[in-house]
Design a protein around this ligand. Structure first.
Ligand code: S3P
Length: 436
């Protein structure tokens, strides 16, 4: 835990009541900027996430010669330059903390005429990039890395060729990198997934007018088309809503409505799992926003019981495990998770970070290489190292709402990567949460 980085003190507040809207979806915001930048003309993005990750992506496209205006918060006007219009950058491109930014950009940059270098912060510099380098090199790209880790030196001037690629791990980032490289490749690029993952790249390519075939688990495109400027309305991020879904479930007397939450089925695995544990979450006013399903989610306090998390839901809730581990810690009985080894290579090793953190609060957790077994119990107070991981910090802010005394969370600065304003919104809803 760093002395300098700001931290939080979380402790029970009041029941969580009222209505709130969480910020725009991170995955959709990244992709919207990328496709708008590569389109032939101006696209407007509403609901853009003003998080550090997505702002880093927008800043990178500005460095690549794309004029991007921010007429008001959460709005971007992107003056696209076309799939062949990016300009050489004047130095390394900083993706910050964003794995999505770096991996998708590797796909965009692999087929360009110029060289580029992608760098990231300390956490991103430890994250595996071989998973994108390998398929992109099979397409003809030349990418140097530090033994499979960032920085990525992408050599320009390679003519890419479409491939037929079976992903070894279910990853929307890798799938998307390959599809984005496929825009500038000769012939057809086809990606098969071991389990279907979020399909925003596919849906958005279609919305921007690029011909694409896709079904859950497979996507196929052909190079040589153009992207038409298209306005995008970004739904609220289910992964940000997840912290409030769990918190309102856990705090007695709560009834909270989360407005216009993105309900893409590849994102909502946590809903199935929380309901199987006994949660009371009702979808209201289901509709569509910018081609994505959205709904208001009404969540009321309910006692939870432990379950075995069905493996088929794992990819659909991959970012929600920190919140789910807290739900499991407060449930009666045992919750087991398997098939989630990917959690070890997120912004931190999330299995280890959650297991150690929950143990520090008196909960029994046995780790497995691909999951954990959590015995529900009474949380006590204690000190937590968030490891600079936004979702670990927010998960323990939720844990504090059910702890017997204060939970001190160190190093919460990176919460702004995905959820700027989380602590203010949480306090407004009823959280006991203050900056330490
Ligand atoms: C994302 C895909 C997931 C997810 C990440 C965002 C995306 O990563 O964890 O937060 O926007 O494509 P993987 O592709 O590594 O599973």
């Amino acid at each position: 835990m760093s002395d300098k980085a700001p931290g939080w003190i979380a402790a029970p507040g009041t029941p969580l009541l009222g209505e709130l809207t969480v910020p725009g979806d991170k995955s959709v915001s990244h992709r919207a900027v990328m496709l708008a930048a590569l389109a032939d003309g101006t696209s407007r993005i509403d609901g853009f996430l003003e998080g550090e990750d997505t702002r880093a992506t927008a800043a990178i496209f500005a460095r690549l010669g794309v004029h991007i205006e921010a007429p008001e918060p959460s709005v971007r006007l992107v003056h696209g330059v076309g799939v062949d219009g990016l300009q050489p950058p004047d130095g390394p491109l900083d993706c910050g903390n964003a794995g999505t930014g770096m991996r998708l950009l590797a796909g965009v940059l692999a087929g360009q005429a110029f060289d580029s270098v992608l760098v990231g912060d300390e956490s991103l510099s430890r994250r595996p990039m071989r998973r994108v380098i390998d398929p992109l090199e099979r397409m003809g790209a030349h990418i140097d890395s530090e033994g499979g880790l960032p920085p990525l030196h992408i050599h320009g001037g390679s003519m890419l060729q479409g491939i037929d690629y079976a992903l070894p791990v279910a990853s929307a980032q890798v799938k998307s990198a390959i599809l984005l490289a496929g825009l500038r490749a000769r012939g057809t690029t086809c990606v098969h997934e071991p389990h279907p993952t979020r399909d925003y790249t596919e849906r958005m390519l279609q919305a921007f007018g690029w011909p694409i075939d896709f079904v859950p688990g497979m996507a196929r495109i052909t190079g040589g088309h153009r992207l038409l400027p298209t306005d995008v309305v970004v739904p609220s991020d289910f992964s940000s809503a997840a912290f409030f879904l769990v918190a309102a479930t856990l705090v007695p007397g709560s009834e909270l409505v989360l407005r216009r939450v993105g309900m893409n089925p590849r994102r909502t695995g946590l809903l199935h799992v929380l309901r199987a544990m006994g949660a009371d979450i009702v979808e209201e006013h289901a509709g569509e926003q910018g081609g994505e399903p959205v709904a208001d989610l009404r969540v009321r306090h309910a006692p939870l019981h432990g379950i075995e998390v069905p493996v088929e839901h794992v990819p659909d809730m991959i970012d929600e495990f920190p919140a789910m581990f807290v739900a499991a810690a407060c449930a009666s009985g045992t919750t087991t998770v398997h098939g989630a080894a990917e959690l070890r290579v997120k912004e931190s090793d999330r299995i280890d970070a959650m297991a150690r953190g929950l143990r520090a609060l008196g909960i029994t957790v046995d780790e497995a290489p691909d999951g954990a077994c959590i015995q529900g119990g009474q949380l006590r107070g204690g000190g937590i190292d968030s490891r600079g991981d936004h979702r670990i910090a927010m998960a323990f802010a939720v844990a504090g709402q059910r702890a017997a005394s204060e939970v001190r969370i160190g190093d919460v600065a990176n919460v702004t990567t995905s959820f700027p304003g989380f602590d203010t919104l949480a306090r407004e809803a009823g959280f006991g949460l203050r900056v330490a």
